[in-house]
Ligand binder design. Structure first.
Ligand code: KIV
Length: 265
């Protein structure tokens, strides 16, 4: 259980949006997040506000088909929970009911505590998300790192405490200065999962496309690219194009003759 991993071996988390990627990641991670970042990463929207409940359910179902052991968490998109606890419970029930995922995640601290408590009371585990909140970047005037002032750090402590008290099993801390994220981790009893936060968090998460070097637009500074799939795909497409144009592809291994009988079609 993720909740019991506080202070232990760091919890490994990545986002996943598709069946094949879930299959590839499942053996290596503790938690797969079907993040609403899918709206930007796979659908080309400018912000996560492009995500809908239907979009999250479709990707959640795909990831669930590809995952056998990781804890799968599906993000609640903007507009599906903020209005009231009743709205939040209805959306969470629908997401869990239609995907079979283990938990949902929603953004916000003190202001979303009632929603978290109501969903947890329904028996649905909730992951919190505090610090930089991507669903609020337009209202916030951009991607602004949190915890830089004493006042803002104090607000983050209140948010973390509220999410913990409301019954969340863990909380993502995003885009928060390192010392504050580390202090937050020491001050709450549930695991913190950092992204652009601190190595002292109880776990880390990255967006899969950023981590494997597939992101074609802006890559945030906190990302470490463990591969450069952009270059691999671009090189493969360039070689394929040249071989099609020169008729080097398809070769003898890629066509069927009348004399061989058992090729895979
Ligand atoms: O949507 C997402 O990918 C997220 C992570 C950045 C934590 O919320």
């Amino acid at each position: 259980m993720i909740r019991d991993r506080k202070g232990g071996v760091p919890i490994v988390c990545l986002t996943a949006y598709t069946y094949p990627v879930a299959r590839l990641l499942d053996d290596h991670v503790d938690l797969l997040l079907v993040g609403d970042s899918v709206a930007m990463v796979l659908h080309g929207h400018q912000t996560t506000l492009g995500a809908s409940v239907e979009m999250m359910i479709a990707h959640g179902q795909a990831v669930m088909r590809g995952s056998a052991k990781a804890c799968v968490v599906v993000d609640m998109p903007a507009g599906s929970y903020e209005d009231s606890a009743t709205q939040a419970v209805a959306s969470a029930r629908r997401i869990v009911g239609e995907t079979g995922c283990q938990a949902v995640k929603l953004e916000g601290g003190v202001g979303m505590a009632a929603q978290i408590a109501a969903i947890v009371a329904e028996g649905i585990p909730v992951m919190g998300h505090i610090g930089l909140l991507p669903q609020s970047v337009e209202a916030d005037g951009g991607y602004r790192i949190k915890g830089r002032t004493e006042e803002n750090a104090a607000a983050l402590f209140r948010d973390a405490a509220a999410v913990e008290k409301a019954g969340a099993f863990s909380v993502v801390i995003e885009g928060t200065i390192e010392a504050v994220a580390a202090d937050l981790t020491r001050n709450i009893s549930i695991p913190t999962i950092g992204i652009g936060a601190s190595g002292d968090c109880d776990g880390q998460i990255l967006v899969i496309d950023d981590m494997v070097g597939l992101t074609v637009d802006r890559v945030p500074r906190f990302v470490k690219e463990y591969a450069k799939l952009r270059d691999v795909i671009s090189q493969a497409a360039s070689t394929y194009a040249a071989e099609v144009r020169s008729r080097a592809f398809p070769g003898p291994d890629h066509v069927f003759s009348a004399t061989t009988g058992k090729e895979r079609t």
